[in-house]
Design a protein around this ligand. Structure first.
Ligand SMILES: C[S@@+](CC[C@H](N)C(=O)[O-])C[C@H]1O[C@@H](n2cnc3c(N)ncnc32)[C@H](O)[C@@H]1O
Length: 235
């Protein structure tokens, strides 16, 4: 079975999707959201699993497909799209207000190479073909600091299986966090896999790093960012 937008509630139950879903949008934000939703949608309804190719999303113009999970208000997603005009960027975010903010940024910057899935990242990931993604970003995932909530963390064996399926051989998975325990959690989950190899584990941001809103807040509050890069091992 494949889930569509109208199935979002039951989908959330199946997926155990946690965190803020967003408020009811009002005024200009509602108008922006409604008028852009179809134009920027990455995942058409009733898309069969594994069938959402780069060409289906962007046509033949893009040389690669990059994926960002949980893009927040979209600063990083839109900055990467602007810096990499030959790459198609697809982002997922289930917080409605954040998606509306991202639409405004796409519009303001007039970037043609971004598409957005408003909903659970795992539905978009399921729709992508094996080996179709050249780079993936998981930036400041919700930390879920309490031990009893760790099972809600996006880094999990199941989600790493999904990343391993959709990433091309050699493609990088970038993870950033300001939560030392989440960094350690990520290291432990990736260390026991043979389908990823560690590329870098550092306090130095990537050379092309535009930052994110959550990172700016972390720095203001004296938390220390850390950056992990893994490569998909050859199949
Ligand atoms: C802590 S925020 C970080 C946002 C952004 N990456 C940044 O650095 O500013 C984590 C985001 O991930 C989103 N998120 C968490 N789980 C998700 C999922 N399964 N699918 C889509 N978005 C998700 C949340 O809604 C939230 O906006």
């Amino acid at each position: 079975m494949f889930f569509t937008v109208s199935d979002e509630v039951s989908n959330d139950v199946r997926r155990n999707l946690y965190g803020r879903r967003g408020s009811r949008l009002r005024g200009g934000k509602r108008i922006t959201f409604d008028s852009r939703r179809d134009r920027y949608a990455a995942l058409p309804e009733d898309t069969p699993p594994g069938s959402l190719t780069r060409a289906a999303i962007f046509g033949e113009d893009m040389r690669a497909l990059w994926l960002e999970v949980g893009f927040g208000a979209g600063e990083h997603l839109v900055a990467q799209a602007r810096a990499n005009p030959g790459v198609g960027l697809i982002g997922c975010e289930h917080y409605l207000d954040a998606v509306a903010s991202c639409f405004s940024k796409i519009e303001a910057d007039a970037v043609p190479n971004v598409r957005v899935h408003h909903g659970d990242a795992r539905d978009l990931m399921d729709a992508l073909p094996e080996g179709s993604v050249e780079r993936a970003f998981l930036l400041y995932p919700d930390p879920w600091p309490k031990a009893r909530h760790h099972k809600r963390r996006f880094i999990s064996d199941e989600n790493l299986d999904a990343f391993a399926r959709l990433l091309a051989d050699g493609a990088h998975l970038r993870v950033a966090s300001d939560t030392p325990d989440y960094i350690e959690w990520t290291r432990e989950h990736l260390a026991r896999r043979t389908d990823f190899t560690l590329v870098s584990d550092t306090g130095e941001a990537w050379a092309d790093w535009p930052g994110t809103r959550y990172e700016a807040k972390a720095l203001r509050e004296d938390r220390v960012p850390h950056y992990l890069t893994y490569a998909r091992a050859p199949r």
